[in-house]
Design a protein around this ligand. Structure first.
Ligand code: B12
Ligand code: SF4
Length: 544
């Protein structure tokens, strides 16, 4: 059926805002979404935010392709697209199809911000960086019939200018969690990071009433999990503490209706007041860019905040406040030799981090890393935005192939049934208490639980059944209150494990194509990490 968009007044335009479907990645949880009866883990906040910035005389319809098909026959004056580098191919395909049908197409978001010239080939107007000022300006220009083909945010808007995202235009029950954004920007200077390129180094925050209204709206729409999608939630620690005090009081007064997750830098562990407040506000997991257990690699990438204190102790301190640490890890820094894979594995096991998003170093457009790689003649190709396939740079102490094979082997070990279970059990037995992590029983949870149990114990096969029973028994026999979390980690493993099978096939295909292009590499096989492991491959094998 053709979608209908109603502009609310004469002169108003009809706007169709499309979020393209996610290619399978570490976070898409494709294989467990049907078990959870969801279509997608989280909505991307971009289009609800752009819809919020749209003056009320215009009509807006959102389409998240992860939840519903794109309607190419939509009756719209403007079709808007968003997405990351990883979505680039899909964005271009959707944009081309709309243009073929004569629609007026605009593109914004991280892909357009980092690759505006590429995006411009597929649309009428491209938006670079944040659009709180440029989008309303464009709409005025469009109505006058005189607009530019590129709108660049010349200044970073204050977050207090960012309106409440139109959560009401989403289909909230199709997502596992909802999200809000409190802050943009991060004060640090990691060499590979595109966040500071796009959002700057000065953290900007919304006001507490603004964000509390968004959180209330998420609750009203039925959410029980909220991800605060900040680049670094503690980039401005004082502002974060003010919000956390309010959230803690709100949680207590409302019997903790929401569980929170966010992203922080590791220096959170150096501030006990902050940790106490996060715990009191019912944060149950923090995503932390740890990147590497090797100090040399961290220095090289200017992640100096991670070498101020012992990283293992920092992670365990966060865990003692009842919060899971999810790690962002990277292999392939210049200081990394073939021993690095073993070091990563040991660190993640010792730190009892069940979920580690480990990727290969990739140079994103406009980053200092990309500039350095280009200057050193080591930039092999443009970034696809997916750090899980072949890297786009020439590593220093390994070939690209050795890096990819060592990496794949590391992932297979990390997500092997036994090593993952060891970490999950160790974490659940050691972590501190949570204030209100109990989820109220709803009929849908009972149905979900039945599907989870069936997938883990019946249809998943003997290995998965034994893994689940062991994990649950080892936790519950010592700490019965952690039953729900034990089940959560069991089902989560299925998502990562299944994704790895898909990834393994994709990487083998890419490696075969890579080797075919370079005859001299055909005989080079990956050697398991040696005890000194610093051997540099022959120059002939290092050509990208
Ligand atoms: C939450 C989040 C996630 C969540 C949910 C993502 C989702 N559902 O899409 C999860 C954890 C699942 C996730 C996964 C991944 N993510 Co992520 N994620 C984020 C995060 C922290 C917030 C996204 C968000 O909602 N932002 C809030 C909105 C409002 O900001 P915005 O998109 O910039 O929008 C503004 C402007 O750009 C503009 N705009 C945006 N779109 C449009 C469109 C139009 C028409 C207009 C006019 C304007 C406009 O207007 C907005 C207001 O100013 C961002 C960082 C960030 N600060 O954005 C990273 C980020 C987007 N993720 C990133 C990456 C790499 C990934 C993964 C590929 C990681 C991985 N290897 O698995 C996966 C990909 C998963 C997928 N979607 O396929 C990168 C993307 C880099 C890039 N340049 O492409 C980012 C920037 C973080 C980073 N540097 O590491 N991610
Ligand atoms: S701490 Fe994270 S967001 Fe901040 S600069 Fe480093 S990688 Fe980027």
């Amino acid at each position: 059926m053709r979608s209908h968009i109603a502009a609310t007044s004469e002169g108003g335009v009809k706007i169709y805002l499309v979020t393209p479907r996610n290619p399978e990645s570490f976070w898409t949880f494709q294989s467990i979404l049907p078990i959870l009866d969801k279509d997608c883990t989280l909505p991307n906040l971009s289009m609800p935010t752009v819809a919020g910035m749209t003056p009320p005389e215009h009509g807006v319809l959102l389409c998240d392709e992860n939840v519903e098909p794109v309607d190419y026959d939509v009756d719209a004056d403007i079709v808007g697209l968003t997405g990351y580098m990883i979505h680039a191919e899909r964005i271009r395909a959707i944009a081309d199809e709309f243009q073929r049908r004569g629609k007026f197409v605009v593109i914004g978001g991280p892909y357009a911000s980092l690759c505006p010239d590429d995006a411009a080939k597929h649309c009428d107007v491209v938006f670079v960086d944040e659009a709180e000022r440029t989008w309303p300006q464009f709409l005025k220009d469009f109505e006058r019939g005189c607009f530019s083909n590129k709108y660049v945010a010349t200044e970073k808007p204050a977050m207090t200018e960012s309106p409440m995202p139109r959560f009401d235009l989403l289909k909230p029950d199709r997502y596992q969690s909802l999200c809000v954004q409190f802050a943009r920007g991060c004060p640090f200077t990691c060499e590979f990071c595109d966040i500071i390129v796009m959002y700057g180094r000065k953290p900007r925050t919304k006001s507490v009433p603004q964000i509390m209204a968004e959180i209330e709206e998420c609750r009203r729409l039925g959410a029980d999990h909220v991800l605060i999608v900040d680049d670094n939630f503690i980039g401005n620690k004082n502002a974060a503490k003010v919000l956390l005090r309010e959230l803690a009081a709100w949680g207590k007064a409302n019997d903790y209706p929401l569980i929170f997750n966010t992203e922080v830098s590791l220096n959170v562990a150096q501030d006990e007041e902050l940790l106490e407040l996060l715990q009191a506000a019912n944060f149950v997991s923090l995503f932390v860019g740890i990147e590497s257990p090797r100090a040399e690699s961290l220095k090289e990438t200017r992640k100096l905040q991670n070498i101020r204190e012992d990283m293992l102790a920092s992670v365990q301190k966060i865990q003692s406040y009842g919060m899971q640490v999810q790690a962002g890890m990277i292999v392939g820094f210049d200081a990394d030799d073939q021993d690095i894979f073993e070091e990563h594995l040991r660190f993640i096991q010792d730190a009892r981090i069940p979920v580690s998003m480990t990727g290969m170093l990739n140079a994103f457009p406009k980053t200092p890393l990309q500039a350095r790689m280009r200057a050193e003649g080591r930039l092999v190709e443009d970034s696809t935005g997916n750090q899980f396939v072949l890297t786009n740079i020439e590593p220093l102490k390994m070939t690209r192939e050795q890096l990819a094979r060592g990496y794949l082997d590391l992932l297979r070990q990390l997500y092997s049934f036994d090593l993952y279970r060891e970490r999950a059990v160790a974490f659940l037995l050691a972590c501190g208490p949570r204030v209100g992590a109990t989820i109220r029983m709803r009929l849908e949870y009972v149905r979900t639980l039945a599907r989870v149990l069936s997938a883990m114990l019946v249809t998943g096969g003997p290995e998965r059944r034994s893994f689940t029973l062991k994990l649950v028994y080892q936790v519950v026999s010592k700490r019965p209150s952690m039953l729900r979390e034990a089940l959560y980690f069991s089902i989560l493993h299925k998502a990562f494990y299944d994704y790895l099978q898909v990834l393994g096939v994709a990487m083998e295909r890419d490696l075969a194509a890579y080797a075919a292009q370079q005859p001299e590499l055909r005989d080079s096989t990956y050697t398991a990490p040696s005890s000194n492991g610093t051997s540099r491959p022959p120059a002939s094998a290092r050509r990208g």
